[in-house]
Design a protein around this ligand. Structure first.
Ligand code: ADP
Ligand code: ASP
Ligand code: MG
Length: 424
C-alpha cells in the first residue's frame, strides 16, 4: 500500500524570499521524513503577481488577456522551481511541474478560468518514483489537445483552488493551506486586534466569509472542498501551532449566532440620478452590465417622485471604469439626469449560519453602527449574512464596534468541544 498523501499549499508571503523558500523546504523535508507522500502547491513569491500586473500596465492600458495569463503564470513557475532546488539542496528528491504538466485542465477563460478536470497521471508517476511533486498554483491549460492549448489563470488567490482540486483528484488524506496567519479568525486579524482564531468553521460560513471579502481562502477553493468533502486545514507557515479546520460543522444549529465578520474594499457605488420610473428601465441598465461581465451586487431603487427615481448599485472597484464606459451611453439614451460614482466605500458583513431564523441581529448591527457614528449607505441580506455599505474611512471603526457588540472574542463552549473532537 502506498503511504498517505498530503497536499500542502504555501501562499505568497510564505515563499517571499530565498530564506523563506528554504524554510518551507525544511518543513517539507520533515513531513517527508514522517513517511508521507507530498504534493506541494505554491503561489508566486510575495507581491510578484501585483508586480507583473504593474509591468503589463506600464506597457499598455489594455493588455491582451492571453499574453497577460502567460506572464502571470511565470510567477508561480519561479517559486515552484526554486522550492524544488531548495529541496534538492536538502537531499530530498523533488520535481516542479507547471499547472499544465500537472494535468490541470480549465475552461479556457483568461484571467478567471475554472478547473474543468484534472488528469494527474504525471503527478502520480512522479510520486511513485519517490519524489515530492511541486505544482505551480493558480494556472492550468485550456484543453486536452496538445497542439493548441493555452495557459490560463484561475483568478486572484487561485492557488488555494489548485490545492483543493488536487487533493480531491488524488484522494489526499489531508489538504493543508499554509499562510501568514494562524488560521481563520472571527475578523481579519490585521484590522481587529481582538479577533479570535476559530478551531473549526463550517463550509457554508467559510464560503460566505470568502464571498464577502475574507481573502484568506479563495471562494472556489471552499466550494470545491465542500462538494468533495475535503477537510481543509488553514495554518501558519511561520510557527508550529494548530490551525483552523474547514469542514462540515454539525454544531451550527445549536450555535445560532454570528460566527465572524468580513469586509471588502474592492467595491464602488454607482448611482443613476433621476431615471424615468417605468417598466424596462432596470433591464436596459443591467443587461449591458451583464454582457460586459460586470458583477453587480447590492441594488437599491428609491421610491419614485414625479415619474423619476434614483437607482444605486455596487460593482467591484476594479470594474468601475468599465461600468462607467458601459453606462454613459445608456444614461443619455434614458434621459437620466446624471451618473455619479463613489469608490471610497466598503462593505462590512456579519456572517453566521443561524442568522436567518434568529431575530434581532439586523437591529443590533444597525444600532451598533449608529452608536459608532457610522452611516449606512446600503444594506443587503442573505440567509447567512447581513451586509452594510459604509464609507471606507469608517471601516476599521465599524469592524471593531461590531466585533465587540457580537462578543466575538469570547470562545464558545461548543467550540472547545469541537476543537477536541477535530484535532485530537
Ligand atoms: P496567501 O498569500 O498565503 O494566500 P492571503 O493574503 O491570500 O495569503 O490571505 C491571508 C490574509 O487574509 C491574512 O494575512 C489576513 O490579513 C487576511 N484575512 C482576512 N480575513 C481573515 C480572517 N477572517 N481570518 C484570517 N485571515 C483573514
Ligand atoms: N499569485 C496569485 C495571486 O496573487 C495566486 C495566489 O496567490 O493564490 O493572486
Ligand atoms: Mg491567498
Amino acid at each position: 500500500m502506498s503511504p498517505p498523501l498530503v497536499v500542502q499549499k504555501f501562499g505568497g508571503s510564505s515563499v517571499a524570499d530565498a530564506d523563506r523558500i528554504k524554510r518551507v523546504a525544511r518543513r517539507i523535508a520533515r513531513e517527508r521524513t514522517a513517511g508521507n507522500d507530498l504534493v506541494v502547491v505554491v503561489s508566486a513569491m510575495g507581491d510578484t503577481t501585483d508586480e507583473l500586473l504593474g509591468l503589463a500596465a506600464a506597457i499598455t492600458s489594455e493588455p491582451d488577456p492571453r499574453e497577460l495569463d502567460v506572464l502571470l503564470a511565470t510567477g508561480e513557475h519561479q517559486s515552484a522551481t526554486l522550492l524544488s532546488m531548495a529541496l534538492h539542496g536538502l537531499g530530498v528528491s523533488a520535481i516542479s511541474l507547471t499547472g499544465a504538466q500537472a494535468g490541470i485542465i480549465t475552461d479556457g477563460r483568461y484571467g478567471r478560468a475554472r478547473i474543468a478536470g484534472i488528469e494527474p497521471r504525471r503527478v502520480q508517476a512522479e510520486l511513485r518514483t519517490g519524489k515530492v511533486v511541486i505544482v505551480a498554483g493558480f494556472q492550468g491549460q485550456s484543453a486536452r489537445a496538445s497542439d493548441d492549448t493555452e495557459i490560463t489563470t484561475l483568478g486572484r488567490g487561485g492557488s488555494d483552488t489548485t490545492a483543493v482540486a488536487l487533493a480531491a483528484s488524488l484522494g489526499a488524506a489531508r489538504c493543508q493551506v499554509f499562510t501568514d496567519v494562524k488560521g481563520i479568525y472571527t475578523a481579519d486579524p490585521r484590522l481587529v486586534a481582538k479577533a479570535r482564531q476559530l478551531p473549526v468553521i463550517g463550509y457554508e460560513e467559510m464560503l460566505e466569509l470568502a464571498h464577502q471579502g475574507a481573502q484568506v481562502m479563495q471562494v472556489r477553493a471552499v466550494e470545491l472542498g465542500w462538494v468533495n468533502g475535503i477537510v481543509i486545514e488553514v495554518l501558519s507557515s511561520f510557527e508550529d501551532a494548530p490551525g483552523t479546520l474547514i469542514r462540515e460543522d454539525p454544531l451550527v444549529e445549536q450555535r445560532n449566532k454570528v460566527r465572524g465578520l468580513a469586509h471588502d474594499r474592492n467595491v464602488a457605488k454607482v448611482t443613476i440620478v433621476a431615471v424615468p420610473d417605468r417598466p424596462g428601465v432596470a433591464r436596459s441598465i443591467f443587461d449591458p452590465l451583464a454582457e460586459a461581465g460586470i458583477n453587480v451586487d447590492m441594488i437599491v431603487q428609491n421610491v419614485g417622485h414625479g415619474g423619476e427615481t434614483d437607482l444605486s448599485f455596487t460593482v467591484p472597484r476594479v470594474e468601475l471604469a468599465l461600468a462607467k464606459k458601459t453606462l454613459e451611453p445608456i444614461v443619455r439614451e434614458l434621459d437620466a439626469r446624471d451618473l455619479t460614482t463613489d469608490a471610497s466605500v466598503a462593505k462590512v458583513s456579519i456572517v453566521g449560519a443561524g442568522l436567518h431564523n434568529a431575530p434581532g441581529y439586523a437591529a443590533r448591527m444597525f444600532g451598533t453602527l449608529a452608536d459608532a457614528g457610522v452611516n449606512i449607505e446600503m444594506i443587503s441580506t442573505s440567509e447567512v449574512r447581513i451586509t452594510c455599505m459604509i464609507a471606507e474611512a469608517d471601516l476599521e471603526t465599524a469592524l471593531r464596534a461590531l466585533h465587540d457588540a457580537f462578543e466575538l472574542e469570547r470562545p464558545e463552549p461548543l467550540d472547545l468541544g469541537s476543537d477536541a473532537a477535530a484535532v485530537g
